[in-house]
Structure formats: structure tokens, C-alpha cells
Design a protein around this ligand. Structure first.
Ligand SMILES: *Cc1c(COP(=O)(O)O)cnc(C)c1O
Length: 222
């Protein structure tokens, strides 16, 4: 029950925020981040018609989503966590969107694997807007060049994604991501999480990744 209430609330907040800045509600896609939540918590959202989900680890997604995708073939699963090159094969076979392309070696592996599997999965380049050493993502000044290199490899780069530093005001990071996307000539912006998705929408987010506000606190690591 609660998850569905949360879904309704978040949907209406997204709509209000979008309309408020002259956009349509369909301009913003809610990615329901289900990491560390069970299939039983995901199913009610599917029953309610929600179809777009995000997971940050390939291994965990493999435990939950093959079944769910069989039951709901129009389910779209986004990879939002960093991708190791040894998981590329599984990632390409399971995910519908990869949001975390952040280095050329990974881009090459993805391009090769997509050719093998005869797919061209839409991808985002992840930008480390706060230039945090422990975090994935390409630094801002190298972003345009990475997008262009990815295009040369044949990858379908549709946008940029960022995760601002936890202690920072997110707005300047969202603004930077938007500026880089304009320069790189990509239309989509994946930015905003539970605490800041409304701000992100004001700043042009087309995908918001919401976990806690939807599912509640995450279950302990299994
Ligand atoms: C976990 C996660 C989210 C969702 O975070 P919440 O604060 O729970 O909404 C969004 N994006 C990424 C990349 C994540 O890993």
C-alpha cells in the first residue's frame, strides 16, 4: 500500500514541478531505484503500470529482473551503478539503458558486446561533476571528448548523468550537467534523487532516479 501511495505522490509532484517550469509531465521519466528491495516490493509498482526501474549492481539485478521482464516485456531497466568491464556481457544482455559510461575502455567493451548481441542500447555518459576521487564518472572537462569518442565507436549516447556530492548544494551540479549536455549535443539529463528530484526537474532533468522516497529505507545488504 505505502509504495503505491508514494508512487502517486511522486508522480503528482513530478507533474506539478514540470508544469511549473513550462514542461509536460511526460518530459520527465521516473526511474524507480529498486536496489536492495525484493521482487515482492517491485511487483506492486508493475501492477500499477510503472515500467521504468534502476539497479546499481549487475549481480543483484540478475537475481530479480529476468523473471520480472518475462512477466512484463515492456519493463525498462536502467543500470545506474558503475560497470566493471568483466560484467559488460551480462549488463548488455539484461539492461535496456546504461547510465554509467565513464571511460573509453568501458565504451569499447560495450560497443563490441552490443555488436555481438546485435543490440544498440541507449547510454548516458556519467559525469563526476564534483570531481570526487572515490566516485565514478568522467571529469567535466573531458566529457565532450568522451561523448564524441563513444559516438565514433557507434554507441547511442542519449544524455548525461550525475550524482552530486552528498554534502553539496545540488543545483550548481545540475546546471553544469545541463551546460555540458548542450555542448555535447545530447538531449537527456539523468539527475535528481529522492532529496532533490524536484530541483533537478526545475533545472531540466528528463530522468529522475528515486529510491528511498518510493520504497522507503533500503533493506540491509543481502
Ligand atoms: C541509490 C541511487 C539512487 C536513489 O537514491 P535515493 O536517495 O534512495 O532516491 C539514485 N541514483 C543512483 C546512482 C543510486 O545509486
Amino acid at each position: 500500500m505505502t509504495i503505491l501511495n508514494n508512487l502517486e505522490k511522486i508522480r503528482s509532484e513530478i507533474e506539478t514541478a514540470a508544469l511549473h517550469c513550462g514542461r509536460q509531465k511526460d518530459d520527465v521519466t521516473l526511474v524507480a531505484v529498486s536496489k536492495m528491495h525484493d521482487k515482492e516490493e517491485i511487483l506492486p509498482l508493475l501492477s500499477a503500470g510503472h515500467r521504468v526501474f534502476g539497479e546499481n549492481r549487475v549481480q543483484e539485478a540478475l537475481q530479480k529482473y529476468p523473471d520480472l521482464k518475462q512477466s512484463y516485456p515492456d519493463l525498462k531497466l536502467h543500470l545506474i551503478g558503475s560497470l566493471q568491464t568483466n560484467k559488460v556481457k551480462e549488463a548488455v544482455s539484461l539492461f535496456d539503458v546504461i547510465e554509467t559510461v565513464d571511460r573509453i575502455e568501458l565504451a569499447k567493451k560495450l560497443a563490441d558486446e552490443m555488436k555481438k548481441q546485435n543490440k544498440n542500447i541507449p547510454c548516458f555518459v556519467q559525469v563526476n561533476t564534483g570531481e570526487e576521487p572515490q566516485k565514478g564518472g568522467i571529469v567535466p572537462r573531458e566529457t565532450i571528448s568522451l561523448v564524441n569518442q563513444c559516438r565514433d565507436l557507434g554507441l547511442n549516447i542519449i544524455g548525461l548523468m550525475c550524482i552530486p556530492p552528498v554534502d553539496d548544494e545540488p543545483s550548481p551540479h545540475f546546471a553544469l550537467l545541463k551546460k555540458l549536455a548542450r555542448q555535447a549535443n545530447v538531449p537527456e539529463l539523468s539527475m535528481g534523487m529522492s532529496d532533490d528530484f524536484l530541483v533537478a526537474i526545475q533545472q531540466g532533468a528528463t530522468f529522475v532516479r528515486v529510491g528511498t522516497a518510493l520504497f522507503g529505507p533500503r533493506n540491509q545488504q543481502k
